[in-house]
Design a protein around this ligand. Structure first.
Ligand code: ADP
Length: 288
């Protein structure tokens, strides 16, 4: 891995997605400069593409338009942070992209194949093989140990018991959880459970990781562990779509998409920040 800060931002001004960009700024929180990307020629096949994606909830006669027509492309290996105010549709978008909830309208394409019409079982297969999901509420299996929770996805994806164990040991080691392998999830703190959930999502080396606030409950040391693992995941060529409220965490990404009111308000590439910008370095210097 490249392993040092600041990393090179992938692509050039034109960007790997082939979109043009004009450098702009996100504001004074140390994220660095962002390029606006108004045009979107769609001449190649991205890893993930949404077109006119809409998700409407109807509960007790009340309609909520959580996602209101989202078009995004995510290239293989690209790291995109999703930001935006509470209620802007971030989690809903992730849930729909992971097949946890059906889209109301619009299209979702994965590797050039349309997947929005898949059955629950079809989505389960996709998640087993290609998509890792880190939920906000962890969703660990309470009657299994931490080790089993992390090994299960790799086993379901066809890894041997030995491969699954090796991968689990690596992941729990990187996240400082090696000594928790035999514990029940309920005996772990919220932050520990969150890291186990990330290890589980990465166990089968998915080509796309969907992560809903993976650092939300973590102190700074654990945040560093998680960011280091996300960096390594990114360096290994896996794509990441990550919801975060933390602009410093988002600055690790190639691109930041801001949602507002269920729509994309801004979609911009991250330009690397020079060494010596303290606010960012505090979080992103990935020393143990
Ligand atoms: P964010 O993740 O940006 O905070 P959400 O995607 O959670 O936003 O929510 C977007 C909107 O959709 C909010 O108004 C929220 O109340 C609504 N919403 C989310 N999930 C549901 C649901 N299961 N049923 C009804 N409304 C929902």
């Amino acid at each position: 891995m490249s392993g040092h800060w600041p990393r090179a931002v992938r692509g050039d001004a034109q960007g790997r997605s082939g979109r043009s960009s004009v450098v702009g700024s996100l504001g004074g929180d140390g994220v660095g400069s962002l390029g606006r990307e108004p045009s979107k020629p769609r001449e190649h096949t991205p890893l993930l593409r949404t077109s006119g994606l809409v998700k409407t909830y109807r509960t007790d006669g009340v309609t909520v338009e959580a996602v209101r027509g989202i078009d995004i492309d995510l290239d293989a290996g690209e790291f995109v942070a999703i930001m935006g105010p509470s209620g802007s549709g971030k989690s809903t978008l992730l849930h729909v992209l992971g097949g946890l909830e059906p889209a109301t309208r619009g299209e979702i394409w994965l590797r050039g194949q349309r997947v929005d019409g898949l059955s629950t079982a079809g989505w389960a297969v996709l998640r087993r093989r290609q998509i890792g999901f880190v939920f906000q509420f962890f969703n660990l299996l309470s009657n299994m140990t931490v080790a089993d929770n992390v090994e299960l996805p790799a086993l379901l994806a066809g890894a041997s018991a030995r491969q699954a164990r090796k991968r689990r040991e690596e992941l729990l080691g990187e996240l400082g959880l090696a000594d928790k392998a035999n514990a029940a999830p309920a005996r772990l703190s919220g932050g520990e459970q969150q890291r186990v959930a990330l290890a589980r999502a990465l166990a089968n080396e998915p080509s796309l990781l969907l992560a809903d606030e993976p650092t939300g409950n973590l102190d700074s040391s654990n945040t560093r562990d998680v960011l280091r693992l996300l960096r390594r995941t990114h360096d290994a060529g896996q794509a990441i779509l990550m919801v975060t409220h933390d602009a410093r965490v988002a600055s690790l990404a190639d691109r930041v998409i801001n949602l507002f009111d269920g729509m994309v308000a801004d979609d911009a590439k991250v330009v690397p920040i020079p060494r010596g910008v303290n606010a960012v370095r505090d979080v992103l210097e990935l020393r143990g």
